[in-house]
Design a protein around this ligand. Structure first.
Ligand code: NAD
Ligand code: DAU
Length: 370
């Protein structure tokens, strides 16, 4: 039986991954370790916690005692590290916590995992490990920097992070790689493009736009809206991680991408038109509106001051993971965005729950000038 430590499992992708694992595998044990920052919400996995195969531990990945205690208590053989500060805009305002969580947190987990998984030493002095253990670092395409109009990121593209967030994720990747090289620890790194789907915290572009449209609020588009992201439905990302944990070659990096480049302004316009269409097809959805349906149109779009150092374009070449592990992005964007919008229309209670704390105050402080 595989026993997973899923750090950051109360966040957007981590929670989707937990739900995916519980559905896909029967003989499995999962421990979620999450400190429940503003981006983590226990309510997201509340129902899943009725399943005896899932356990939740509240704790910080930087805390040696907490991480040690979960390794002590559970026979963990896989670690999937999602725990991170994940929002680029926040990293521009306050870089320090990004370095602390993303780099030092990663190193702390690696160190404890190494200690618990080591069985001895080989003739050259390298540690030897228990059978079937692996540490997977969930990384991002942002470590490669920014592309011009053409080209794709491959696993050999030089690392060139440009924001405090991406610099911290690159630092984390390098320390993971160092544990793989220096101690021969079985590791993988996955580098994924922008995810979207259910349980996405409404500070990121797509869920923020959906929330604002339903409330009849302005839709802030940074700069001229021409920046390109390569969107991937979150369940496709979960499938990729599952494949890499189980079948990825130790020591390897795998890029994961949706083959789905869109300009931000296209995303915003498509979200508006999809919501209009869903409201007309199913008038019951109109009950969630805090504005009149007539107000939902492109007049809500507002071009605002650009993000500092805003990366122009990301695009992933996923040839390696497709060739080696048979993974490919299954969900077409038009299908995924409609599923996502329907989910938000039907789960407004979740949105209210995750935005009930400091969300409004923080949002006004951060974006008040836009
Ligand atoms: P998220 O912000 O929604 O969730 C992060 C989770 O980590 C939260 O539950 C939070 O409480 C937890 N956390 C934060 N600091 C912690 C700490 N010190 N100790 C324990 N838990 C802590 O992030 P997400 O969008 O789900 O991203 C998950 C991972 O995937 C991150 O590592 C991110 O860099 C990476 N990633 C995200 C995307 C994307 O599009 N969202 C794309 C590629 C890679
Ligand atoms: O590429 C993977 C990365 O995708 C992940 O590593 C990050 O954790 C994740 O947050 C995401 O980063 P982005 O910066 O691309 O995502 P965000 O949703 O913040 O922004 C998407 C694009 O939309 C970006 O070009 C900035 C723009 N934007 C964003 C917001 C929040 C706007 O124009 N207006 C907005 O209000």
């Amino acid at each position: 039986m595989n026993c997973y430590l899923v750090t950051g499992g109360a966040g957007f992708i981590g929670a989707n991954f937990v739900k995916y694992l519980l559905k896909k595998h029967t003989d499995i044990q999962i421990v979620v370790l999450d400190s429940l920052t503003y981006a983590g919400n226990l309510g997201t996995i509340k129902d899943d916690l009725n399943d005896a195969r899932l356990t939740f531990v509240k704790g910080d990945v930087k805390d040696r005692e907490v991480v040690t205690s979960v390794f002590e208590k559970y026979p963990l053989n896989f670690v999937v590290n999602f725990a991170a500060e994940s929002h680029v805009d926040r990293s521009i305002e306050n870089p320090q916590v990004f370095l602390e969580t993303n780099i030092l947190g990663t190193q702390n987990i690696l160190d404890v995992a190494k200690k618990y998984w080591t069985t001895g030493k080989d003739a050259k002095g390298y540690p030897t490990y228990k059978e079937g253990v692996k540490y997977l670092q969930v990384s991002t395409d942002e470590v490669y920097g920014s592309l011009g109009e053409t080209g794709y990121f491959t696993e050999t593209t030089p690392l060139d992070p440009r924001s405090p967030y991406s610099a911290s994720k690159t630092g984390a990747d390098l320390i993971v790689k160092a544990y793989g090289e220096t101690y021969k620890m079985p590791i993988n790194i996955t580098r994924c493009s922008n995810n979207y789907g259910p349980y996405h915290f409404p500070e990121k572009l797509i869920p923020l736009i959906i929330k604002n449209i339903l409330e009849g609020k302005k839709l802030p588009v940074y700069g001229d809206g021409s920046n390109v992201r390569d969107w991937l439905f979150v369940e496709d990302h979960c499938k990729a991680i599952d494949a890499v944990v189980l079948k990825g070659r130790a020591g390897e990096v795998y890029n994961v991408g949706g083959h789905n480049e869109k300009k931000n302004i296209e995303i915003v316009k498509l979200t508006i038109s999809t919501i209009q269409q869903l409201m007309k097809e199913n008038p019951a959805y109109q009950s969630v509106l805090k504005t009149s349906l007539d107000n939902i149109n492109e007049n809500l779009i507002t071009y605002v001051t650009d993000r500092l150092g805003h990366d122009q374009r990301y695009a992933i070449d996923p040839t390696k993971i497709t060739g080696e592990l048979g993974w490919y992005p299954e969900t077409k964007f038009e299908v995924g965005i409609e599923k996502t919008i329907r989910w938000y229309l039907e789960n407004q209670a979740w949105v209210e729950e995750v935005t009930s704390g400091d969300y409004q105050k923080y949002y006004e402080q951060m974006y008040g000038n836009r």
